[in-house]
Design a binder for this molecule. Structure first.
Ligand code: RIB
Length: 302
């Protein structure tokens, strides 16, 4: 069984259903509202554990009812939460998700406890990282913690997967060089490379730029169109499964958790792993909400 460690965020998602995004200064009625477990890190960890991997999570929460709600989900799914600790001042992270009738979302984040993760928290989890096959992280937690985790991973020959989300410019070169695989979507790829990703030629150009910036392997996800990979000497495109999309929240997180659970250390099965990940995320988008919509492996049939 694959051993995966995820360093990342925990948010309680407050989903606000609206017909369309409001204009500046406009007051609008919502058609509904609901709450679900979320946070990119937590979603990726839940996806990995539901894919069947032995998954440990490094994260921070507050001392509030949201924390209890999130911990209950993690325990139910069998996630190792030995390194999910409580901050005594900041609240558990929250995300306000504006979800329109077409299934597109805009998200506002209160980072809270996610922003209190320190390099010391990472060092406390160093044995767990060292024993893993793969470490995944994203950008909803502090950069210094990410770099520290990736350094420990690389010292111990652990595969590192960076999901550069939410989009960020000026990513430190050190982090890119510590990343075995970077998995941006088209917006994130453009933020890092300055290249607008619109077709296969621009995907190749963005991937090549990422290679020159020090990243060995690149996967660019392009939503309902599929995903492109470039391992330097080998590249290819994997089509997405066509489904009826209700909510794209956590689609990318599902892709990453499932990808990591299936990918061999030498990346020789990359197309197969991407197809499996793509199938899982095609299930996620068919239900509203993040963690509640991430499938269990028994329901991911290719
Ligand atoms: O990737 C989706 C996630 O982004 C949501 O669950 C929300 O919490 C934000 O972090």
């Amino acid at each position: 069984m694959k051993k995966i460690v995820v360093l990342g965020s925990i948010n309680v998602d407050i989903i606000l259903n609206i017909a369309r995004l409001p204009l500046p200064g406009e007051t609008m009625a919502m058609s509904d509202r609901s709450t679900a477990g979320g946070g990119k890190g937590a979603n990726q960890a839940i996806a990995a554990v539901r894919a069947g991997a032995d998954t440990s999570f490094i994260a921070k929460i507050g001392q509030d009812r949201s924390a209890d709600f999130m911990l209950d989900t993690f325990k139910y799914d069998g996630l190792n939460i030995d390194h999910v600790t409580k901050d005594d001042k900041a609240g558990t992270g929250q995300a306000y998700i504006l979800l329109d009738e077409k299934g597109q979302n805009s998200i506002l984040i209160y980072g809270g406890a996610n922003q209190t993760i320190t390099t010391k928290n990472i060092q406390n989890a160093s044995e767990t990282i060292a024993e893993a096959d793969c470490l995944i992280t994203e950008f909803e937690t502090p950069l210094e913690a990410t770099i520290e985790a990736f350094k420990i991973a690389k010292e111990n020959n652990v595969l590192t997967i960076l999901n550069p989300a939410p989009a960020k410019t000026n990513i430190p070169e050190e982090l890119l060089q510590l990343s075995d695989i970077i998995v941006p979507n088209e917006t994130e790829a453009e933020a890092i490379t300055g290249i607008k990703v619109t077709d296969e030629a621009s995907m190749v150009a963005a991937a090549n730029k990422l290679h020159t910036m020090g990243v060995k392997n690149v996967i660019i996800t392009v939503g309902a169109n599929g995903s492109f990979y470039s391992l330097g000497e080998k590249s290819g495109f994997v089509n997405a499964f066509k489904v009826n999309t209700v909510d794209t929240t956590a689609a990318g997180d599902t892709f990453i958790g499932y990808l990591a659970s299936a990918l061999d250390a030498d990346l020789s099965n990359i197309e197969e792993a991407m197809k499996f990940a793509s199938k899982a995320s095609s299930i996620t988008v068919q239900t509203q909400g993040a963690q509640n919509s991430i499938p269990y492996v028994k329901n991911v049939n290719i």
